[in-house]
Design a protein around this ligand. Structure first.
Ligand code: TXA
Ligand code: MG
Length: 343
């Protein structure tokens, strides 16, 4: 993949114009000074800070408006960095690293004692991942230490897959953004917890449960991570969600849902992937999504973000198949949407 590294200068980053640092070196300077750098990965853009600098990591939570007890993923350059961050590393971790790193797999392992509580949500475990995007790789290797980075969006919003989306989400609260173009995969990494005897996938992603089971030669279970509770009475427990009320509707019920909304005189956007015929009117915008799960995943967040900005009263998403190849997309659609009864 060829990537043009361009830069967006704001705040602190203007320094690089005078010091003539390369974008990567400039980003590294900011990380060393305790600032925040957004950077591309193959999944989504991350909001990075020096994982060993407590004050810097706190800034991530402030920028995202995210509760402090949520653990962050530490991004590394290779499995060789694992022992510096994780302890009691099982053989399975190295087997998975060999098969899938660099790539969209995050492993949860026991942490080393020095790892900051602000990074791990005060747990005794740590999430680690080696991204394969060349800009991320160069950033981490030039920095030489782990970079703590969640997705570069506000808490509960859709993850950004372009620089424009990062800017829209975080504005001036990020010191510098490295541009690596649109993210290839478009959905967050698969997360596997290796801290108990049976490996457990807690977030589905491009690397499937089956692929992990095959590599490990053992059964791997999928147990959805409990979504963080938003402790505001009456608020929906939404994650990865647009602001627009988004409904996930079975193919067979789409036309009835459209009719129902039409009767209420509500505008809507429909995202469908099957051959279903959708009427287009002034009040109905139809987006045809790809029929293949990987292409669908690539487009999903960007499409939701674009539609969200258009101010429709509702976004209706045609439910995707329940098969394993659609698991990651299905998971994100569930998290982004409200139940059909809230029509
Ligand atoms: O693809 C990705 O994973 C992106 C890119 C930037 O790498 N990152 C990302 O980070 O999606 P974030 O913070 O949005 O999601 C991280 C997930 C959270 O669901 C968190 O609970 C889980 O990883 N996680 C991190 N550390 C953990 C730990 N020690 N134990 C359990 N879950 C952990
Ligand atoms: Mg996130």
């Amino acid at each position: 993949m060829s990537v043009i590294v361009s830069v967006i200068y704001k705040g602190l980053s203007i320094m690089s114009v005078t010091t003539k640092l390369s974008p990567i070196n400039h980003a590294v300077t900011i990380l060393r000074e305790g600032g925040l750098v957004a950077f591309p990965t193959e999944t989504v853009y991350g909001l990075g800070a020096d994982a060993t600098n407590e004050e810097a990591v706190y800034k991530i939570f402030q920028a995202k408006e995210r509760p402090y007890h949520h653990p962050l993923i530490v991004h590394l350059t290779s499995a060789q960095m694992l022992p510096a961050w994780a302890s009691a590393i099982p053989e399975a971790a190295y087997t998975l690293a060999k098969a899938f790193w660099p790539g969209p797999l995050t492993m949860v392992l026991k942490k080393q004692p020095h790892v900051l509580g602000v990074v791990t949500g005060d747990q005794n475990t740590i999430g680690v991942r080696v991204p394969r995007h060349p800009v991320a790789q160069r950033l981490i290797s030039t920095f030489g230490k782990g970079i703590a980075a969640p997705s570069a969006n506000k808490f509960t919003h859709i993850s950004p897959t372009t620089v424009a989306a990062v800017e829209e989400e975080l504005g001036d609260s990020v010191n510098f953004i490295l541009d690596g173009g649109q993210c290839d995969i478009g959905l967050e990494s698969t997360i596997i917890n290796l801290t108990s005897s049976q490996p457990c996938i807690t977030r589905p992603g491009r690397i499937s449960v089956e692929a992990v089971s095959n590599v490990l030669g053992m059964e791997v279970i999928f147990e959805r991570e409990e979504q963080p509770t938003i402790r505001t009475p009456g608020m929906h427990h939404l994650h990865y969600a647009p602001i627009t009320i988004t409904l996930l509707v079975a193919t067979a019920d789409i036309l009835a849902s459209i009719q129902h909304l039409q009767q209420k005189d509500l505008s809507m956007a429909i995202m469908s992937h099957s051959a279903i015929a959708i009427p287009e009117t002034d009040h109905i915008k139809h987006i045809r999504m790809p029929r293949e799960p990987e292409a669908y995943a690539h487009d999903l967040y960007q499409t939701l973000r674009t539609l969200d900005n258009k101010g429709y009263a509702r976004i209706i998403v045609e439910a995707v198949p329940l098969s394993a190849d659609w698991a990651a997309v299905h998971d994100r659609l569930r998290k982004a949407s409200r139940i059909e009864s809230s029509l």
